[in-house]
Design a protein around this ligand. Structure first.
Ligand code: GLY
Ligand code: MN
Ligand code: MN
Length: 428
């Protein structure tokens, strides 16, 4: 059972959501809103469904992941109603709902049917959710302007959400410690994954995203998606990017560890961590997140130069020649919430020099962002650079030695406060 303080914050969170949603509905000309939790689709040509996690706005209100065919009805000035799908079914279980104070704010009705409930006097109704489930449901389905306005209600986190995100961080950090120990013991990627799951007490399918666990050169694939089941023989490096969900809220943490005897790689990890901590310190109200991304390139240019990977160029030239983008091809981070890449990050498209950036806004108190610089040895990006005219400035011998370590990413989850920031990943 979560502590009383958190449960009481949840009531404040719900009151705030009621106000934010009522305002969005009024602005868009709706009297009420029905939210579908969703349901897992079946795999094509198969009788097996994908694993289900739940639709963002439904999680925003309830935090109840893994609940299919539930419906939440919101109306100005009325108590929200949640239809909880609890069919009599001898194939599947119904997860019992813990009795908690939020049920004084939201009326819960048990429902046998997966269908949308019949609503009493809904007025002008919007219904949102997976379009595959909205056929024959009354109301306007997924009105685009309303969806954008509802996304905006998720941008500034309430104190309850921040505590949930902090908790999701603490849980994931226990997993990261266990993963690092498993790597030190020479475990395979699969063994490291088991250690992470055991320490976090979370099935991998319930994690906010598929854990990225790359040993040696696999660490150089940004979203490496397989697990070697056999130990590597020689454990040179580990990159693990893995999170936990707590009451619907996600953590998204990456740590990189150098194996024994990898002094060059260890120095790079240490150098990138110093860059990363400086970037975390930049997080504050009024700061343009794109500037943090650009500062990351400056830090990486300086690191490439200081470690002798690049020689004979000034830092600004290392950036201008596109060298930092080869070593750091992704964006510096994104919003975090009930989705790992939370919504509303790009009201304007990313600039040309940062095409993969998922967040282009000025920071405001309550926003929660990741800060995740990387430095990778990615053959498909590096080799054309080595063969081109800037190849003469790259230390090919050192690069070839480090290729087998794959790459580095260091990722924390940071809240923008009124005066600066709180790093949820390094709080403790
Ligand atoms: N784990 C995915 C990401 O860092 O964005
Ligand atoms: Mn990540
Ligand atoms: Mn991330």
């Amino acid at each position: 059972m979560p502590d009383k303080a958190l449960l009481s914050l949840q009531l404040d969170h719900l009151k705030e959501l009621q106000a934010r949603y009522e305002s969005a509905l009024a602005d868009q000309g709706f009297d009420s809103l029905l939210i579908a939790s969703g349901a897992a689709p079946y795999r094509y040509g198969d009788d097996q469904a994908w694993h289900f996690q739940g639709y963002g706005p439904f999680l925003h209100w309830t935090g109840l992941t893994g609940r299919e065919h539930c419906w939440l009805w919101l109306r100005a000035g009325h108590q929200p109603v949640l239809w909880l799908h609890e069919p009599v079914d001898f194939w599947h279980a119904n997860q019992p709902l813990a009795e908690e104070p939020w049920q004084t704010f939201i009326e819960v009705r048990s429902s046998q049917s997966p269908e949308a409930p019949v609503l009493d006097d809904p007025g002008s109704l919007a219904v949102i959710g997976d379009p595959a489930l909205l056929d024959n449901v009354p109301g306007e389905p997924n009105p685009e302007n309303l969806l954008r306005a509802l996304d905006e209600t998720r941008v500034r986190k309430t104190p309850y959400e921040i505590e949930c995100l902090a908790h999701a961080n603490a849980l994931a950090l226990a997993g990261h410690r266990a993963a690092r120990d498993a790597f030190a013991d020479g475990e395979s990627e699969f063994g490291i994954s088991l250690a992470y799951q055991q320490a976090t007490r979370q099935r991998e399918a319930d994690a906010p995203y598929h854990s990225i666990i790359g040993v040696n050169d696999h660490a150089g694939t940004l979203h490496y998606q397989y697990y070697d089941t056999q130990p590597p023989g020689h454990s040179r490096s580990l990159l693990i990017d893995a999170g936990v969900r707590f009451r619907g809220y996600c953590s998204d943490i990456t740590r990189t560890t150098a194996g024994p005897g990898e002094s060059h790689f260890a120095a790079l990890v240490h150098g990138l961590e110093r860059v990363q901590l400086r970037l975390c310190d930049m997080v504050a109200p009024g700061v343009d997140y794109i500037d943090i991304h650009r500062k990351a390139h400056q830090g990486i240019a300086a690191l490439l130069s200081a470690t002798g990977l690049v020689t004979g160029l000034e830092d600004y030239e290392i950036i201008e020649q596109g060298i930092t983008r080869v070593f750091f091809p992704h964006g510096i981070g994104h919003f975090l919430g009930v989705q790992v890449h939370d919504v509303a990050g790009k009201p304007t498209p990313p600039p040309e020099d940062a095409p993969f950036l998922r967040l282009t806004r000025q920071l405001e108190p309550g926003m929660v962002v990741t800060i995740e610089p990387g430095l990778y040895f990615i053959p498909s990006l590096l080799d054309p650079l080595l063969e081109g005219k800037v190849g003469q400035h790259l230390n090919q011998e050192l690069i070839n030695r480090l290729r087998g370590c794959g790459g580095i990413r260091i990722e924390d989850n940071v809240v923008v406060t009124e005066t600066g920031s709180r790093n949820l990943t390094r709080d403790g």
